[in-house]
Design a protein around this ligand. Structure first.
Ligand code: DHB
Length: 403
């Protein structure tokens, strides 16, 4: 393929593989710094827009969307949440982020973040090619990497860049370009997955509800005033076909049931998906002229909704170091990237793993395991330090936080 004839050749300082939030936010930030990009993605815009993803943004990330001029739609369509509810032992326990650590989060679905970013690229004249095929990234160990792809209309194109950013998600092909003997992959698989639904019914609660019961985990979130987003722990091999609506509701109601009589508002289930559940990190985040960002370099399990926030943090750093690397500082400016990004990555890995263990049950858990977990949950909600820990981790850390 590498020597095949191409229809066009274009030069650009930075080529970005992946038009998810990481790739598009990076393109947006670089454009503001006067650096042009070309972004390619194998998915169509419609495919990305209709894939359900997580829904929580840290306040800093929400503010960045507005202040960098992506869009202020989050202020109208998003919801600021000053706390969350943990439910276990049949009772509700509120963790008041604002009172505990002075921070809040925004409920604003990732698909809306994507729509705002894609619209902003279009508005600002940025180049994004959706629905491409046969993407190849070549010569990353040289100072002149190239990207080749087949456009949706079948034509072949080459982009000559100085740097390539692999923002191509949890099934990244860019990360495979780091040779096996030069990379380290850290990972953990879990003995469960999440069953995610969209249901047409008004919200069941004003804030998110993270529920633990002896039957397992459930999360109650929402998308709009008439559509709820909910998840429950299931086995990794689960098939959506085995889950008629009645069974979904019975399962969810059992996981949130309690002495307070709390019930979920039921309605037609519009979408059912089984979500993959894993922890993953690859190092290094840079190989020659290529850097990895977001899920391509690290994946967290969804509990605590850190993934999108981590990706946005990576590109905030990249948008600072890439213009320097293109200028007088040269490649050495990229040396900062991995240490600055990875500190937060491992903090988030720990938090996502901890919150997962706190709220899920694992097959084979002994009666001791189940009672110990209730003790841990009690420690979290019944002590100020426990609540503050959850609040601080959930709302995120200051950018590049050393504290
Ligand atoms: C949502 C998803 C999460 O993983 C989470 O922790 C909170 C909210 C959501 O999709 O709304």
């Amino acid at each position: 393929m590498a020597d095949a004839v191409v229809d066009t050749v274009a030069s650009v300082p930075v080529a970005v593989i992946g038009a998810g939030p990481a790739g598009l936010m990076l393109a947006h930030r670089l454009a503001r710094a006067g650096v042009e990009t070309v972004v390619v993605d194998t998915r169509t815009r419609r495919e990305i827009e209709t894939t359900q993803r997580a829904g929580i943004l840290e306040a800093d990330a929400a503010r960045d969307l507005v202040e960098t001029g992506v869009s202020d739609r989050i202020l109208r369509d998003g919801h600021e949440h000053e706390g969350t509810e943990l439910r276990f032992g049949g009772r509700a326990h509120r963790v008041h982020f604002k009172a505990l650590v002075g921070a809040s989060v925004w409920l604003y679905p990732q698909t809306d973040v994507f729509i705002d970013l894609a619209d902003a690229r279009e508005r600002d004249g940025g180049t994004v090619h959706f629905g491409v095929k046969d993407t190849e990234v070549l010569d990353v160990t040289t100072g002149a990497p190239r990207v080749r792809y087949t456009a949706a209309d079948g034509t072949r194109h080459e982009i000559r860049a100085r740097y390539v950013v692999g923002a191509d998600g949890s099934r990244s092909m860019c990360r495979d370009l780091v040779p096996e003997d030069r990379r380290v992959r850290y990972g953990k698989e879990y003995p469960f997955a999440w069953f995610g639904i969209l249901a047409e019914a008004p919200p069941s609660a004003s804030e998110l509800v993270y529920a633990h019961s002896e039957h397992g985990f459930a999360l109650i979130s929402r998308r709009t005033e008439t559509v709820q987003r909910m998840y429950f722990q299931c086995s990794p091999g689960e098939s959506v076909d085995a889950w008629p609506d009645d069974r979904v509701w019975e399962t969810l109601q059992a996981r949130v049931a309690g002495e307070d009589g709390f019930r979920l508002n039921e309605g037609p289930v519009l979408d059912k998906t089984v979500l993959r559940f894993r922890s993953f990190v690859q190092e290094p985040m840079r190989w020659g002229s290529m850097v990895l960002a977001g899920d391509a370099a690290h994946t967290v399990p969804p509990t605590g909704a850190r993934g999108l926030n981590l990706a946005l943090h990576d590109v905030k750093i990249l948008a600072e170091v890439l213009p320097r690397a293109l200028g007088a500082a040269g490649e050495a400016a990229l040396d900062d990237y991995q240490p600055r990004a990875m500190r937060r990555v491992w903090r988030a890995q720990n938090f996502s793993h901890w919150m997962t263990g706190l709220l899920h049950t694992a097959p084979g858990d002994s009666p001791f395991d189940l009672r110990r977990r209730l003790g841990e949950l009690d420690n979290v909600v019944a002590t100020r330090a426990g609540r503050a820990y959850l609040a601080e981790q959930y709302t995120g850390w200051p950018v590049d936080s050393q504290g």
